[in-house]
Design a protein around this ligand. Structure first.
Ligand SMILES: Cc1cn([C@H]2C[C@H](O)[C@@H](COP(=O)(O)OP(=O)(O)O[C@H]3O[C@H](C)C(=O)[C@H](O)[C@H]3O)O2)c(=O)[nH]c1=O
Length: 185
């Protein structure tokens, strides 16, 4: 099943699992169905990362134009809380949406270009896997603080298990959201 979400452009996808006495089989991605029902994009790279500790936080990241990335995110081991923050100009700027992704539920989260992406793992040895629509461009790698807006009572409400001590040095020094307003104008 493919479902549009409240923030326009975001979707969840729940591929069918054909079970039998061995286990299950699932078509987890098809270009034709994705282009018809979600977005007419082409994926050029697939990323995976292992986070050993539960509560590991990564993000909030994006690549600036012309290397902005759409991301089709899934969890292939363990479980995680995945969040997209809208950086597109307009009334939804700064709004966010999160999804629970796990190897068990097989759910996928489509995040188009124009959003920052981050996650927090819920189990040890969680692996995230995501296709992206633009190649890695380190000179266009950007981000915003995981706790943006918290001083004003706004921003992302991370799960209890989130552990800021797990943040990379880069992620401990990301800027406030106002500094990235207009990046996707
Ligand atoms: C993103 C990326 C990274 N790298 C190298 C660069 C570093 O040597 C190493 C770790 O990179 P980084 O610390 O940026 O990895 P994460 O903190 O997991 O960042 C990612 O996680 C958040 C949630 C995202 O959505 C982005 O895709 C991405 O920013 O992998 C590559 O070689 N290719 C790549 O595409």
């Amino acid at each position: 099943m493919i479902s549009p979400l409240s923030l326009s452009g975001l979707f969840t996808l729940d591929p069918v699992r054909h079970g039998d006495d061995r286990g299950w089989f699932s078509e987890v991605f098809r270009t034709d169905k994705f282009r018809e029902q979600v977005a007419d994009v082409t994926f050029v790279q697939e990323n995976r990362s292992l986070s050993q500790q539960a509560g590991t936080m990564r993000g909030l990241h994006f690549q600036t134009p012309p290397h902005a990335q759409g991301k089709l995110v899934s969890c292939i081991a363990g479980s995680l809380w995945d969040v997209a923050v809208d950086l597109r100009p307009g009334p939804s700027f700064g709004k966010w949406h999160a999804e629970e992704l796990s190897a068990q539920n097989g759910r996928q989260f489509w995040i188009p270009a124009g959003f920052a992406h981050g996650f927090c793992t819920r189990e040890p040895n969680t692996v995230i896997s995501y296709k992206v629509t633009a190649f890695y461009a380190p000179d266009h790698d950007a981000g915003l603080a995981w706790d943006f807006g918290h001083a004003d009572g706004a921003g992302v409400t991370w799960p209890e298990i989130a552990n800021p001590d797990t943040l990379s040095a880069k992620d401990r020094n990301q800027p406030e959201i106002e500094t990235v307003r207009g990046v996707f104008a």
